[in-house]
Design a protein around this ligand. Structure first.
Ligand SMILES: C[S@@+](CC[C@H](N)C(=O)[O-])C[C@H]1O[C@@H](n2cnc3c(N)ncnc32)[C@H](O)[C@@H]1O
Length: 655
């Protein structure tokens, strides 16, 4: 990608003694940042100079009239001033292209940058995340869609529905600004939807991969920098500090562990197996089913069909248009999210390579007679069935304010058996409506294939170059070499956050035992069913939070002499610190294969696995050994990431 460069940790701006939120006694909740967003009073600030000439003013005026693509940079030292941001921008390498304006308010932990194009904004992400401020850590750039607050990183569904946070009240200056921006925006409505759902859709795929690659390089730099912060901390004893000595042996610019190139997705378009659409009104006021456009007109948010969305498969578009036609003729009202009245709310479509299609429609049936509700849904059910393309149809009722499917609300099956099936790595999996399943099956084959390989064949523990350069080179080569999985009769695989059992079941034939832990009861039922369907008898599932289950796991399922390997595949924001503490405290776990769909958001988990031993984080720290990103989400900034971590040997001070 033109001009994009890696900003590896250059060992010059360590965090000193205080590593934000990571002191010995600090809490280690996941890294999601909750920031109050204040859009008012954005001032035009030149990136490089304080004084502006008439020509510059004219240029700035022209720039400010152009469509602006907003990026928020979180994690900035709250005491940094506008001039500190300007300094960072001026020093950016490579320089930021198309920056229109920027703003940092003293005492807020974020800055806002506006760009002249979607592409320049996307290209800026790795560059701004490498900015240095006095006390900043884990800088994290988030795209802000026109007229919307930043997408919450822990809410996949909101990204899918294209929904805007409910507390986004219009009116006042912000509402007027939004209306002005809408008028100035020359994009077609469909382009806006595409920008919202698939922000990288205009970028060639090779450039998307390059962009993601830089983020991971920077992310590993952040991890290294944070761990070095412990080396400088007075709170860490000399003895504990020794455990992190391996970092000091890395040469300047060396990564904390090898990082492979981003593995591309085998399919780039139409890959999403799960799509959620809102039922609303289009720009002409007609009833529509699709993505909520971040636009606000006369108190109504606009919903446009997913016609050109690159990641939405034809089967999901077909369901959306079939439902749209039905809803247009329906006597029942579309749900109004301001008045909280109306019947039709949302639809979720799950489409799998087996040909299975699950449709879940969400309705608000408050004040609707049971007989009427049944009549309407029976009639929709008949339409869906007549298409011959939908395998199962379910309905969820919700009167909740929140625009999304409600986790624990019941789903009523209208036809079909209420579940769908998918094939992964040659195995068949049943998926219940509330169970998680990766949304890009061909790319998941690659990711889970790699997880299986790394679980079964550990990379040799690194030999630090300063101790033995030849052995270090050989170990690095071995870490890069793909090896064939072998049956290991003493491996007990802990599939933590196992969902429907996918990862563990692909490994069950090759290990002594698989123990899955998952907190969603339906997913655990699926996992048990899937194990039985595959004839796996060496598996056990515990329906519990991981942090509460570790004692049971060890007392019931692990024997002396077992090699315990943990796969951790948590939600986007990572797991609660208690899970990491539990894994650290289990002396039997010497290897962790961590799968993350947001490396930056789960950064605290990685830091906590690797930080020096303390009262809270017991047991020897883990060390990152190797890592590889897999692109499961083309056209979006998201990417999966897998890292193997190994427990430091007991005599690690000599390693
Ligand atoms: C990213 S999904 C991975 C599921 C599975 N590994 C797969 O690939 O299909 C994360 C899973 O973690 C579960 N989960 C989240 N927090 C958990 C916790 N504290 N304990 C147990 N399960 C948890 C969620 O219900 C979800 O099924």
């Amino acid at each position: 990608m033109g001009g994009l460069e890696e900003h590896e940790d250059d060992d010059t701006h360590f965090l000193g003694e205080e590593v934000d939120g990571h002191g010995e006694g600090s809490d280690s909740a996941p890294a999601t940042k909750k920031v109050r967003v204040d859009e008012s009073g954005a001032s035009l600030a030149s990136a490089t100079t304080a004084s502006t000439t008439g020509h510059q003013q004219q240029q700035q005026q022209q720039q400010s009239d152009a469509p602006r693509f907003q990026l928020k940079l979180f994690g900035i030292d709250k005491f940094a001033a506008q001039k500190d941001l300007n300094r960072a921008i001026a020093a950016a390498d490579p320089p930021l292209k198309g920056l229109v304006k920027n703003k940092k308010v003293y005492k807020l932990e974020f800055a806002t940058l506006w760009f002249d194009s979607e592409e320049n904004r996307a290209a800026a992400i790795p560059i701004v995340e490498a900015f240095k401020f006095k006390k900043s850590d884990n800088l994290r750039a988030e795209i802000v869609h026109a007229d919307a607050q930043p997408e919450r990183s822990d809410n996949r569904d909101r990204a899918q529905t294209g929904d805007r946070p409910q507390n986004d009240r219009r009116g006042g200056k912000r509402g007027r600004d939004a209306e002005k921006e809408e008028k100035e925006d020359t994009r077609t409505p469909q382009e806006k939807i595409n920008d919202q759902v698939t922000p990288l859709w205009r970028m060639p795929y090779a450039e998307q991969l390059a962009l993601k690659s830089v983020r991971f390089k920077n992310g590993l730099g952040t991890l290294k920098k944070n761990l070095m912060g412990f080396l400088n901390s007075r709170d860490v004893s000399d003895e504990k500090r020794e455990d992190l000595k391996y970092i000091t042996k890395l040469k300047k610019g060396d990564r904390i562990c090898p990082l492979e190139d981003v593995v591309p997705s085998p399919i780039i378009d139409d890959y999403r197996t799960k799509c959620e659409f809102t039922i609303g009104f289009d720009l002409d006021g007609n009833r529509s089913v699709g993505f909520l456009l971040g636009m606000y007109k006369d108190g109504v948010t606009t919903v446009l069909p997913p016609t050109d969305c690159k990641n939405v498969p034809a089967a999901a578009k077909f369901v959306a248009s079939t439902l749209e036609t039905f809803v247009q003729k329906s006597e029942m009202d579309v749900y109004d999210r301001v008045k909280k009245l109306g019947f039709w709310r949302l639809v979720q479509v799950r489409t799998h390579s087996t040909g299975d299609v699950m449709v879940i429609v969400q309705i608000n049936a408050v004040d609707v007679e049971a007989a009427k509700k049944k009549e309407v849904l029976d009639s929709l059910s008949a339409v869906f069935q007549e298409t011959g393309k939908i395998t199962t149809f379910l309905v969820q009722e919700s009167s909740e304010k929140h625009n999304g499917f409600v986790e624990n609300a019941p789903m009523h099956v209208w036809f079909g058996d209420g579940v769908i099936y998918e094939e992964l790595l040659g195995l068949r999996f049943r998926i219940s409506p509330t169970a998680f399943f990766q949304v890009n099956t061909p790319a998941t084959n690659g990711l889970y294939g790699r997880v299986r390989e790394w679980c079964q064949n550990p990379a040799p523990y690194p030999v630090d170059e300063s101790d033995d350069p030849d052995a270090a080179a050989a170990a690095t080569d071995a870490a890069k070499t793909e090896t064939k999985p072998e049956k290991k009769n003493n491996i007990v695989l802990l599939d933590l956050c196992c969902g429907t059992g996918t990862i563990g079941l692909t490994m069950a034939p090759a290990v002594k035992k698989v123990v899955g832990v998952e907190m969603v009861a339906e997913a655990v039922q699926d996992a048990r069913f899937n194990a039985e369907m595959q004839g796996c008898t060496n598996v056990a599932y515990i329906c519990s939070k991981v942090e509460d289950a570790m004692r049971e796991v060890f007392s019931k399922h692990v024997e002396a002499g077992d090699e315990v390997v943990a796969v951790l595949d948590p939600p986007r924001a990572g797991v609660h610190g208690a899970v990491i503490q539990a894994v650290r405290a289990c002396k039997g776990i010497n290897r962790v294969v961590f799968v993350s769909c947001d490396f930056e958001a789960a950064m605290n988990n990685f830091i906590d696995l690797c930080r020096p031993t303390s009262k809270k984080y017991q047991g020897k720290p883990f060390r990152p050994i190797r890592s590889a990103p897999f692109d499961l989400f083309p056209h979006t900034p998201h990417c999966e990431f897998v890292m193997e971590l190994q427990r430091l040997p007991e005599d690690s001070s000599s390693s």
